[in-house]
Design a protein around this ligand. Structure first.
Ligand SMILES: *Cc1c(COP(=O)(O)O)cnc(C)c1O
Length: 433
């Protein structure tokens, strides 16, 4: 065992090593207001997405006038069934952010991944004087512009969904895209991408390996842009925009967030960029009465380990003997993002782990009670509202939950083929007995 683990509480370490569901309360969390500096970056990212809306509207008519956004849904049936099954009470209301319905990529990666591709496209187009920032960017959908972009390539390492998002967006603009897929990536995701002309390189090892291979190969080529999921500020800011959009949705629905109406958010975490960016956005946009928890598979608790040891990306779940094997392919990450952990260290309330069995059980329960199809990774947030240790943690922070809004972030599922979704549901049902 490596020295990195010596700093962990012995009970926490043994829970992690035995792959037991556990919880870590973040001692570094700061309450109080954040500076307006961070908000500027978030607004800048939103403005860039608005500039691209005319182009996206043309390329992807299924978006809302070129804006990629998902609805929120009240889960009344699910709340009842979840409470019964896990013999726990959720105080307040349960709602879901349906990123499984995000257009183009069907997962949370449609936020960060597409944003970074667009930022690359914009930087090239501005530099080459093809466009001005005030132009209608839909000119970038012409075959002439596609030919220009074809001189450049984009590469990425992925467990599946980031590859889908970057591959689909990059290819539609004309870029040559290479996706380095880790061993976890599902066959249908690879086939879908190949069908769009994306080059898929299959690796026999895990996510960190796929990323570093991709990074090395891209380095040799000056016309190649590498989208680095372990360290990208652009991906991070793309995710953060979700908070501005959520604020508008809450206003429309009359959902308030303040001391008497806290917002508790539960986010599935892989490398940390997605949930990190969303947390960063929420803390800046809603202020201090938002509490964010990350959820990781019991065999891939990389963010928990990185934050709890203070070693961030210098520690891997393999250092404590874990396999990083999980059916939750979107979360199969052994080493956390260098950037995300640092950005949210003082904003995050805590991290918990979930077993694959519980992911499948909740998948089946949600499918039955609300007819919502999610992929296994996307259920990790659903456990949070019924976990006694999280309820105790919130109580210890003197947070009154009577009027709380529990927001479970559902991160993917809409592109999963029906036959595979049926297998997931059957598997979940068999665990439920
Ligand atoms: C990628 C992904 C996540 C987590 O995002 P990270 O940036 O890797 O932490 C969660 N759910 C799904 C379905 C994903 O694809």
């Amino acid at each position: 065992m490596s020295k990195n683990t010596y700093l962990l509480d012995p009970k926490l370490l043994s829970d992690l090593q035995e792959a037991k569901e556990t919880f870590w309360a973040n001692p570094f969390m700061k309450s109080g207001r954040l500076s307006g500096e961070g908000l500027k970056d978030i607004v800048e990212a939103e403005e860039r997405l608005v500039r691209f809306a005319p182009l996206l509207k043309k390329l992807f008519p299924e978006t809302e006038n070129g804006i990629i956004e998902s609805p929120i849904k009240h889960l009344e049936n699910m709340q009842t069934v979840l409470q019964d099954y896990y013999e726990s009470t959720v105080q307040g209301r349960l709602i879901m952010k349906c990123d499984n319905e995000l257009p183009i990529a069907g997962s949370i990666k449609a936020r960060g991944g597409i944003y970074e591709v667009l930022k690359i496209a914009e930087s090239i187009a501005l530099e080459q004087n093809w466009i001005q920032k005030t132009d209608d960017y839909s000119v970038l959908s012409t075959s002439r512009s596609k030919k220009f972009f074809a001189r450049y390539s984009i590469a990425v390492g992925s467990t599946g969904n980031l590859g889908l998002s970057i591959g689909i967006m990059g290819a539609s603009l004309g870029f040559h895209v290479t996706v380095h897929m880790s061993r976890d990536a599902k066959q249908w995701k690879k086939e879908l991408l190949r069908g769009k002309g994306v080059q898929v390189v299959e690796h026999e090892q895990d996510f960190s390996h796929a990323v570093s291979e991709g990074r090395e190969i891209c380095k040799e080529d000056p016309t190649c842009f590498f989208i680095d999921d372990e360290n990208s500020k652009d991906l991070f800011m793309g995710y953060s925009v979700a908070a501005l959009r959520l604020k508008k949705q809450f206003e429309k629905e009359g959902i308030t967030v303040n001391q008497h109406h806290p917002l508790i958010v539960y986010l599935p975490c892989g490398v940390g960029g997605g949930p990190g960016g969303v947390t960063y956005g929420l803390k800046h946009v809603f202020g201090e009465h938002v509490y964010c928890y990350f959820a990781e598979p019991v065999n891939s608790p990389c963010m928990l380990l990185g934050l709890a040891t203070g070693k961030n990306e210098a520690v891997s779940v393999k250092d404590i003997g874990l396999s990083n094997r999980t059916e939750a392919d979107g979360l199969a990450v052994g080493r956390p993002s260098a950037l995300a952990g640092k950005m949210i260290k003082e904003m995050l309330s805590g991290v918990y782990t979930v077993s694959d069995q519980n992911l499948f059980k909740m998948l089946a329960i949600l499918h039955r009670s609300e007819s919502i199809p999610l992929e296994p990774s996307a259920l990790a947030g659903m456990m949070g509202p019924v976990m006694p240790r999280i309820q105790e943690h919130l109580t210890s922070l003197e947070i009154k939950l009577t009027n709380a809004t529990h927001l479970v972030w559902a991160t993917g599922g809409n592109l999963v083929p029906v036959s595979i979704m049926n297998e997931y549901v059957e598997k979940g049902k068999s665990y439920l007995g």
